[in-house]
Design a protein around this ligand. Structure first.
Ligand code: HAM
Length: 426
């Protein structure tokens, strides 16, 4: 039996990697303009980090982690998300003592044991950013603006920004109690998980996808009606900032996000072309997380976005995405032996400046010319007996069939001139 990639994972083959490189390049440009530095943390962390950071009553920690023991019996987990890992690294390296705010971004694979479907995988890639040390709504604003600008930079259009608040240590406990009282009156309509969540963490009922629970959630008390004055003022100022910058958003009562570290602001960006997994990404404020992983009390806010979903959304919009780069020059040998040796030498020389390809399997002239066309090359450089003897090369523009001879010492200059006329050269 032949082996296959694990369920819920995918190979990104060379014909599709240019799409990834395109979005990654755009992300890097925008993140640099915002002044964020890249952080790379390990793919696995102590399991306890996610229990403490993400929260033991979340689906991620209860059902979705790839947890294993190493040979010394330590419990490790493939990272299901990036924020807790960034918090751990910042505390471990005492970065908060070196200056605040700390502004960081990351891009890489995350692992969640979820039921795979379109837009949902067991290994997915996230681009994310975290801003540590900013308590004011300016931080929330910067994160939403950055997220919107990242999506804009890759050309995504049909997005909606959803906004809510989940309150803080002042108002959430009372709201949680109100929610619990409401849910206790509907226990018979809830799924077994939500019956448990009612006692453990009633906010999580709002995430449940089971139809009965969604029905109950429809009549649930609104957190917006229970925010304390400080949370309300924080939200009002954020809304003012978004309005001022003309970033459209909608308030979403039921948005609580599936991770426990959030305080106050939560947001998500949705895309209509994604079907059931409609969130391109999400984030929010997490003013307790740094403390929860053992650091000094420090506010934080951030977001992350699934790169696969960004690409799916772009494809749903019919966006023009780059394909594999074509060779600029195809070396074509007319004869055997010396011509082929010369082609190898010349290819290496020209590859310092140009995208060059050549036949490595000893095929004949006709097959080489066909390959040049099929590869989408701009020029063919012909190497025959006459060219070798005269130390000059025949350049053929494949689109027109026009040919010219160029002395060896002028080759690079002439190629640059010819290729710069060609739109394809970047
Ligand atoms: P999250 O909402 O769990 O948040 O994940 C962020 C995004 O990653 C989702 O909106 C989605 O686009 C993508 N994603 C998540 N799971 C999958 C999956 N199984 N398959 C494909 N894509 C997926 C977080 O992870 C937080 N760390 C975000 C954050 C950063 N909050 C503050 N800072």
């Amino acid at each position: 039996m032949s082996l296959q990639a694990p369920r819920g994972t995918q190979d990104i083959l060379p014909d599709r990697t240019p799409r990834w490189q395109f979005v990654e390049t755009r992300f890097r440009e925008v993140l640099a303009r915002y002044g964020y530095g890249e952080i790379r943390t390990p793919m696995f962390e102590p399991t306890e980090l996610f229990q403490r950071g993400v929260g033991t009553s979340t689906d991620i920690v209860q059902k979705e982690m790839y947890t294993f023991q190493d040979r010394k019996g330590r419990s490790l987990t493939l990272r299901p998300e990036g924020t807790a890992a960034v918090a751990r690294a910042v505390v471990e390296h005492k970065l908060l003592a070196t200056g605040q705010p700390q502004k960081m971004w990351y891009l890489g694979p995350m692992f969640r044991y979820e039921r795979p479907q379109a837009g949902r995988y067991r290994q997915h890639s996230q681009v994310g950013a975290e801003l540590l040390g900013v308590e004011s709504p300016a931080g929330d604003f910067e994160m939403i603006a950055l997220f919107v600008d990242l999506l804009d930079a890759v050309g995504l259009r049909q997005t909606r920004v959803l906004l809510n608040s989940v309150g803080d240590a002042t108002c959430r406990p009372a709201f949680t109690e109100t929610l619990r009282t409401y849910l206790r009156a509907h226990l018979s309509e809830l799924c077994p998980d939500c019956v448990r969540r009612t006692e453990e963490n009633p906010l999580r009922v709002l995430d449940c996808k089971v139809p009965g629970c969604r029905e109950v959630a429809r009549g649930i008390p609104r957190i917006q009606d229970h925010l304390c004055p400080a949370c309300r003022a924080h939200q009002d100022e954020l809304r003012t900032l978004l309005d001022r910058a003309e970033i459209p958003f909608e308030m979403a009562d039921h948005l609580v996000r599936g991770l426990d570290y959030y305080t106050r602001t939560v947001f998500e960006v949705e895309h209509g072309g994604l079907g059931a997994q409609s969130a391109v990404g999400g984030g929010g404020r997490y003013d307790r997380l740094i403390e929860d992983v053992g650091g000094p009390s420090t506010p934080g806010v951030g977001f992350s976005s699934g790169v696969e979903r960004i690409l799916l959304a772009l494809e749903a919009e019919g966006a023009a995405l780059p394909g594999a780069l074509t060779p600029e020059i195809m070396l074509v040998t007319v004869g055997e032996g010396e011509e082929r040796r010369e082609a190898m030498r010349l290819a290496r020389r020209l590859r310092r400046r140009f995208r060059v390809d050549l036949d490595l399997r000893g095929r004949g002239l006709a097959a080489q010319m066909k390959a040049a066309d099929r590869a989408g090359a701009t020029l063919a450089l012909l190497i025959g007996e006459g060219e070798l003897a005269a130390r000059e090369w025949t350049l053929k523009t494949l689109a027109t069939g026009a040919q010219e001879r160029v002395p060896d010492r002028e080759l690079e200059t002439r190629l640059l001139a010819m290729l710069s006329q060609d739109k394809g050269r970047e």
